[in-house]
Every structure is written in C-alpha cells, then in structure tokens.
Design a binder for this molecule. Structure first.
Ligand code: EPZ
Length: 430
C-alpha cells in the first residue's frame, strides 16, 4: 500500500503552479457529452476523480482522446446506453452529474447512486426535487437512480439548501428543456460559474450564475466548443495554508485571487502577510500564528473544503480557536489523527475547540478523506520528526502530483510502497 513518508520541520519556500479545478472539471467533462459535436477541454487536472469519471464516460460509448496530460477531446455522438453502472462510478460522488446531462440530452438516465468521500451523509433529494420540477419522473431502483421524462419543460425551483451539486445538475438538464427555468437560492461557487460559462459556449442560455438566482432559457441543441477550466481554488488554498503551517513563504501561481478572498482574509487574520498580483498570491508566515474563529459557509464564505487545513494551522496558533463546520456533519474525523501528533482539539458535534500547541510531533496516521488527508500531510511537514500518512488514495482523488509540488517547495516527502523504500527515505534525509 502506498503511503507518504514525511520529515517535518522545514519551512516551505518557493513557487507552485496551480492546476485546473477538479470540481469544475467533473461537471464540465460530463456536460461535454450533451452535444454530438466534438468538444476540446483544456486545463483538466490529472487526478483520480477526473480519470474515473472519464473511464465511466467511455464505458457508455463516449470517445475521449487525451491530446496531452491536461487536454482532452470528447465526442459523445455514439452514446450506447443511458445507464451507467460502471463499478468505478459508484466511488465518485460527482457521478450524479451524468443524470443531469443524460436527462437533458436524451430525456432519460439511469446512474448508480453515488459514493464519494466519507464526510457525512450526502443526500441527493435537492437534485431529485429539481429534476421533478422539470417534469421528470425519478425513482430509485436496485441501487440506481432512474430518471425519465416525455420531454423536459422549464420549471421554477427553490433549493432549500445551497447545494453546488444540485445547482449544476439542474442547470445542465434545464439548458435543453423547453422554456425557462429559474433556480433560486443557487450555489455561487466559482465552479458553478465555470460550468455555466462552458454551457453558454456550447450554445446554452444561462444567466445569473454567480448570483443566487440562475435563469436558463432552454435551447434545442448544443454545439461543440473549446474551453479552458478555471484554476483550483482549493488546491491554491491548500498551498497557501502550507505556508502558514510551516512558517514558510509560498507564491501560488495561475490562480484567480478573487476566488481566494475568504482564504486570504483568514490568513491575514491569523498573522500572515499576503501579496496579491494578477494571477498569483504570495503568503508569508514569519511569526507564530494567532487564534481565530471560523464558520464554513457556501461561497463567498470560508469553504468547507478548506476546513481541515485551517484547523491544522490553528492547532499551532497562540490561544483558543473555534471552528464550526456548517455543511457536513462528519468532517472532523481527522482530528483523532491530529491528536496523535500532539494537537489539543475537542470536537463537540459540528464544532471544534482548538487549544493551540507549540508544535506537532511526527506519527503514523491515515487520511480519512481528500481534504483532511492533504491537511494531515501539511501537519506532518510542520511536525518534529517523521510522519507516515496511509490511505493516500484519498489525497490523489483531488491533488495532482501533491508530493512532487511539495518537494518543489523544499518539503521532505516521498511516496513509498514498501518498508525498504521507507527506510531508504529515512536514511537519505537523516
Ligand atoms: C461539492 O459537493 C463538492 N464536490 C465538495 O467537494 C464540496 O465539499 C461541496 O460541494 C461544498 O462546497 C464536488 O463538486 C464534486 P453540496 P456537493 O450539494 O455538491 C446538502 C472535495 O473535497 N445537500 O453543495 O455534493 C449536503 O448534505 C469535495 O472536493 C442536501 O441536503 O455538496 C450539504 O450539507 C468533498 N441535499 C450541503 O447540502 C442534496 O440533495 C451542501 O452540499 C444535496 C446537498
């Protein structure tokens, strides 16, 4: 089994290039199947989730050609079936996007109920409610979601809770529905806007993405296009926090600073210096971090996908901090691992009360999910001595070349799969 082995203690310093946004790439790859024309997509991150998604798309007859590591050409004119039961697809949450896309194009879809990171119960009731408002009959049978309509017609949907997935899924189906669809209380995340922009480039008429009311005027058909995915807000945020946690100096390049405002403002609050330019943000942490309070919220609030990273930082700060997780109930599972590294954090329900400690100490730990896994790696990089992180398959779902990018910043980290390789690393770094 592969694991990361880390020798901590050195500040991370240098520049790092941020890749395309995983959570924009997943729906955009799927939305590309909504036309029979060929679509070219650039800046696709080469991570497990996007690769699994493309494998599942190929299993139903979508032709995908990789022009280079981050550019794909997609043609979906010969989709064989609208039923996707690929064994891999159950492993990724974003497989639900196939329902919206196939429904829009063919008025029917059958997709295995999604899995995904274990961060709490992940209902899809809002997606279903949205599809039903478009005149679709949805039922769950034999572990699959089965959705069917005579034809899709525009509808008015109020999402009871702000949901990225439901907003994007309903938006995809609605672009090919007859008439106008209004989605109220829509998610405003940058990736929602990116998907809307992509759909518009294919000939859709989506207005208001990025606000909480999205208006979609159905069109008869979509056409081919070329599109580059936006930079990954969470990958960028993770490296920004790597600077804070290791008392380093990191410039994240190829980012949209506006998307990083909630992250930058928390870093300022805890005592880091931030320098912004057009496509880069530099984070410098020279002193011990200060405590603060954080509440995760939908965009433009502080992202739940950055919650473990900020908790790891606050675990090393002066004083007591409180982190409230408002979106997912099971997103503090990594705290037990962090306790083994010497942190002092008490979790009560969806609130973590953090008493900052001077330092972490290396330990053998496991990644419970994607973002927590990345955050634990950062903890290991700040810790005294050696840390091993198991279950790195979670981290690889969403971070491309994570260890390599960290090494580029001076980190002592390696991916190993045998005891011999582990010992070799330890001998090498001393
Ligand atoms: C997306 O998940 C992301 N995944 C998640 O990123 C991210 O944590 C989350 O948005 C919030 O930003 C992808 O984009 C593939 P939601 P999603 O629907 O769409 C509740 C990562 O680390 N809800 O916005 O599934 C839900 O329980 C991953 O990259 C319902 O009640 O999240 C949650 O409390 C992990 N009913 C809230 O809404 C529904 O039908 C927001 O979830 C749908 C959601």
């Amino acid at each position: 089994m592969e694991q990361y082995v880390i020798k901590g203690g050195a500040p991370l310093v240098g520049e790092v290039e941020i890749g395309g946004a995983k959570n924009a790439a997943l729906p955009i790859l799927v939305a590309a199947t909504m036309t029979d024309d060929t679509v070219l997509i650039e800046n696709v991150p080469d991570v497990r989730d996007t690769n699994v998604m493309m494998q599942a798309m190929e299993s139903i007859g979508v032709v995908i050609e990789r022009l280079d590591r981050h550019t794909v050409k997609i043609n979906a004119k010969n989709i064989r079936v609208q039923a996707v039961e690929d064994e891999y697809i159950k492993k990724i949450r974003a497989s639900y996007y196939l329902i919206g896309a196939l429904l829009g194009k063919y008025n029917e879809a059958e997709v295995a109920l999604p899995g995904g990171c274990n961060i709490g119960s992940r209902p899809i009731d809002l997606h279903i409610k949205g599809f039903e408002a478009l005149g679709v009959n949805v039922k769950i049978a034999h572990g699959n979601i089965v959705a069917k309509a005579d034809h899709l017609k525009g509808g008015h949907i109020y999402l009871d809770k702000v949901s990225v997935g439901a907003t994007i899924n309903v938006m995809m189906a609605a672009v090919l529905a007859e008439g106008v669809t209004i989605i109220e209380n829509a998610a405003k995340e940058p990736h929602v806007v990116d998907v809307a922009n992509f759909l518009n480039r294919m000939g859709a008429s989506v207005r208001g993405a990025g606000t909480d009311v999205i208006r979609i005027k159905g069109v008869a058909k979509l056409h081919g296009t070329e599109y580059a995915i936006i930079p990954d807000q969470i990958e960028a945020g993770t490296f920004m926090f790597a600077a804070a946690i290791t008392k380093g100096d990191i410039t994240v390049k190829n980012v949209i600073p506006k998307h990083l405002e909630s992250i930058s403002s928390k870093l300022l609050e805890i005592g880091c210096e931030i320098e912004e330019s057009d496509e880069a943000v530099r984070v410098v942490a020279s002193k011990r971090l200060k405590h603060t309070h954080v509440n995760t919220l939908p965009y433009p609030g502080f992202p739940t996908d950055m919650q473990p990273q900020i908790t790891v930082a606050l675990g090393l700060s002066q004083g007591t901090s409180v982190v409230t997780e408002s979106l997912f109930e099971n997103r503090f599972r990594y705290v037990d691992e962090l306790t083994r590294m010497g942190s002092s954090i008490k979790v009560e329900g969806n609130v973590a009360i953090i008493d900052g400690v001077e330092k972490y100490t290396g330990a053998s730990i496991s990644a419970p999910d994607l973002r927590a896994g990345a955050a634990l790696v950062l903890a290991g990089l700040a810790a005294e001595g050696f840390t091993t992180v198991d279950d790195i398959k979670y981290v690889e779902r969403g971070y491309e070349d994570f260890d390599e990018k960290l090494r580029g910043l001076g980190a002592m980290i390696e991916k190993v799969s045998t005891e011999k390789e582990l010992q070799k690393f330890k001998l090498k770094v001393g």
